[in-house]
Each structure stands twice: as structure tokens, then as C-alpha cells.
Write a protein that binds this ligand. Structure first.
Ligand code: SF4
Length: 191
């Protein structure tokens, strides 16, 4: 079996484990888990915070209102979601969309997210929102990371606000769209 085939199989097995996972309390509040969309051949990765109501219902990441806005800014910057492996810090929806707790984040990332990153081995990872930025880069806020490429543990990252944030802070839409313009220009250099 080739390395690529083996990695593809491992990624699929990881998704199967996520779908039946009961390792943290979030399994009690989910309808279905949301492992992520994409494959080991995805060049880039997007990591958000956790599934929302529509994601919890369908099993796919970023399919609700914030997903539609993500598609809009990707298209506006000349990109498409098929260019990315898209997933979240936690794979099960927290009750009432609350921010995931530290133990839930630790359990889910150590069992799943970091293995997904290893298997996809993306050229660039886009972090959406404070939860992803804090967990993956150890920064205090999105502001510390946006507008530049951050190198950490041999990988490259860029960050912007979570698309959902523009629904309660209208002023962030302009910053998110500007950040995606920058992200596009940096991803072009990776092609
Ligand atoms: S959030 Fe992650 S660790 Fe928790 S039950 Fe779901 S898949 Fe398992």
C-alpha cells in the first residue's frame, strides 16, 4: 500500500472514531459529530472552533450562516472551499453554542485534530477565531496573529476572526475580508 493510500485510510479511520467518540462530555449534547471535510490531498487547512446547529444536524463543517459567509469571502478572494480540509477544534457541538471548555479542547485536539494535521500535512493552516488561535498558537487573541504568516513547530499559519463574529460585530466584516485578501496572496506563493 502506498504512503498516500495509507494516510487516506488513516484519515477515514480517524473520522470513523470521531463519529462514535465519547471521550469528553460534548458527546452528550451532539446530534452527530463533525470530523471535517476534505482529504489528504488538500493543500491547505481551515480550523474553526466547533460545530453549530446546522453542522450538528448535517455532520459537515461550516454549512450554516457562518459557512455561507465563509464561502462568500473565499469566493470574493478567488478561492474555493474545495482547496481546503475544513475542520474544527472540537468535533461535537457544545450546548447552546457555548465556547468549548479547556478539558474538551485538550481531549479533542490531542486525540483528533493534531493527527488530522499530521495526515493532511497542509502547506498553510488558516485559524478562524480566538479558540483556534489560542489553542494552536498559544496567543491571547486573534489580533496578535492576523495580517502575517506565523511559523510554529515547523508549520505555517494565518489567522482571522471567526466568520460568525461578523453577525454580532458588523465592523469585523471589513477586517475579515481584508484578511482573506492577504491569505489569498500568501497561499498563491505556496502553489
Ligand atoms: S468533542 Fe471530540 S473528544 Fe469530545 S466527544 Fe466529540 S469527538 Fe470526542
Amino acid at each position: 500500500m502506498s504512503t498516500a493510500t495509507l494516510e487516506k485510510k488513516q484519515l477515514e479511520q480517524l473520522a470513523e472514531c470521531i463519529c462514535v467518540c465519547v471521550k469528553c462530555p460534548l458527546h452528550t449534547s451532539r446530534t452527530v459529530a463533525v470530523p471535517g471535510d476534505g482529504s489528504t490531498s488538500s493543500k491547505f487547512m481551515i480550523i474553526g472552533e466547533g460545530p453549530g446547529r446546522d453542522e450538528d444536524r448535517t455532520g459537515h463543517p461550516f454549512v450554516g450562516a457562518s459557512g455561507k459567509y465563509l464561502d462568500h469571502v473565499l469566493e470574493g478572494s478567488g478561492m474555493d472551499r474545495s482547496d481546503f480540509f475544513i475542520t474544527n477544534i472540537v468535533k461535537c457541538r457544545p450546548p447552546n453554542n457555548r465556547v468549548p471548555k479547556a478539558i474538551e479542547i485538550l481531549t479533542c485536539t490531542s486525540n483528533y485534530l493534531f493527527k488530522q494535521i499530521e495526515l493532511v500535512d497542509p502547506k498553510m493552516i488558516i485559524l478562524l477565531g480566538g479558540t483556534a488561535v489560542k489553542k494552536v498558537l498559544g496567543f491571547k487573541s486573534v489580533e496578535e496573529a492576523r495580517g502575517r504568516v506565523v511559523e510554529s513547530n515547523g508549520r505555517k499559519y494565518m489567522a482571522t476572526y471567526h466568520p460568525a463574529s461578523r453577525f454580532y460585530r458588523e465592523d469585523l466584516a471589513e477586517r475579515i475580508e481584508k484578511d482573506f485578501g492577504f491569505i489569498r496572496s500568501e497561499l498563491k506563493k505556496c502553489d
